[in-house]
Design a protein around this ligand. Structure first.
Ligand SMILES: Nc1nc2c(ncn2[C@@H]2O[C@H](COP(=O)(O)OP(=O)(O)O)[C@@H](O)[C@H]2O)c(=O)[nH]1
Ligand SMILES: [Mg+2]
Length: 325
């Protein structure tokens, strides 16, 4: 049976041929798999693509286990990983220093940051990982940066709101993310692509003269799907709001657990994806818990406090859950 492959498929195949980094190759193969017409004639190709994807993923794992440390591979910690990106001197390292205890080198000359550096940002009762990265420009993107970005749960695009070319900076960064298929605007359920609602544009150095006009211009002419938030690492402007926004980008919920007859543990929430159910919570607490759990009661989003719910009940941020075995 003929395969009848489409132009999108050939385009993705071309991207695969051009890809050098393993992450980019995997992304291209996944794109090929996503766009290939699904019928009998392509079953063999689909199976072959799946095989190639899992082989490359294994290869990527092996490479990282050989002891050769890849600085662009930042291990995730906390409730989620949020990666900063932007042109040189836009204030990325200053923002990381203002929001976390990390102490990156800050300087008035470009290319001070050469490898990613992570810090933990407290937000209420969770910690969120922020990652500072070396800068990209229209001409040059550091090797390995695309891998760091692709692996993130959310992205912050920083532009220098005081500079004349801030709109160009914003457009160049966003275009790069779309071209590399790190961010996808079309509706897709695949988790390896970051959706625009997991990205924020930050007008950094918003304390500088002239930045207000620039912010208006960017809001008017910048990428439609990006919300732009003015911030200043120097004066602290917008940083509290930004913390909240960053938490929202992650699309997670915090769940507190309690033992029957005892007070709930409100110090250490379980962090789960939005839309998670009682069953997902149980599985994340212990492998055997889904089998063992009997009655489950909820405080918070339930109709009344301590209401019994079943295992497919969808949890909400800050619910308290009591699982009886
Ligand atoms: N006025 C002002 N200057 C800033 C701000 N954030 C960073 N800078 C300055 O901008 C320069 C570059 O900052 P840095 O954080 O190293 O930028 P990076 O290259 O993007 O990491 C330094 O001279 C900083 O002092 C800010 O919020 N306001
Ligand atoms: Mg820096």
């Amino acid at each position: 049976m003929p395969a009848n492959l489409t132009p999108q498929y050939y385009k993705a195949e071309e991207a695969f041929k051009m890809a050098a980094a393993i992450g980019d190759k995997i992304a291209a193969l996944e794109e090929m798999l996503a766009v290939i017409p699904k019928h009998k004639g392509t079953e063999k190709i689909q199976a072959d693509l799946k095989k190639r994807i899992s082989k490359l993923k294994e290869e990527g794992q092996r490479k990282s286990k050989t002891g050769r440390i890849d600085p662009f591979r930042v291990e995730k910690q906390g409730a989620g990983q949020v990666v900063l990106l932007g042109f040189p001197n836009t204030g990325k390292s200053s923002l990381l220093a203002a929001m976390t205890r990390a102490r990156p080198k800050v300087a008035e000359y470009p290319f001070t940051t050469t490898v990613p550096l992570a810090g933990m940002m407290p937000y209420q009762d969770v910690l969120i990982q922020l990652v500072d990265t070396p800068p990209l420009t229209e001409e040059l993107v550091p090797d390995g940066l695309s891998g760091t970005l692709r692996n993130a749960d959310a992205l912050l695009i920083l532009v220098d709101a005081g500079s004349d070319n801030c709109l160009e900076q914003l457009q160049a960064c966003y275009t790069y993310l779309l071209e590399k298929k790190i961010v996808r605007e079309d509706k897709t359920t695949r988790s390896q692509w970051i959706s625009p609602d997991r990205c924020l544009a930050l007008a950094a150095k918003a304390d500088v003269g002239g930045s207000i006009d620039n912010i208006h211009i960017m809001r008017e002419l910048g990428p439609r799907k990006l919300e732009l938030i003015p911030v200043s690492a120097e004066t602290g402007l917008g940083l509290e709001w930004l913390r909240e926004k960053i938490y929202e980008l992650l699309k997670v919920i915090r769940i507190y657990t309690k033992v029957p007859g005892k007070e709930p543990d409100l110090k250490t929430p379980f962090v789960l994806k939005m839309g998670s159910t009682v069953l997902d919570l149980a599985a994340s607490i212990h492998r055997d818990l889904p089998k063992l759990m009997k009655n489950v009661r909820i405080w918070g989003s339930a109709r009344y406090e301590g209401q019994s719910v079943n295992r497919d009940y969808v949890l909400h941020d800050r619910d308290i859950v009591e699982i009886n075995q």
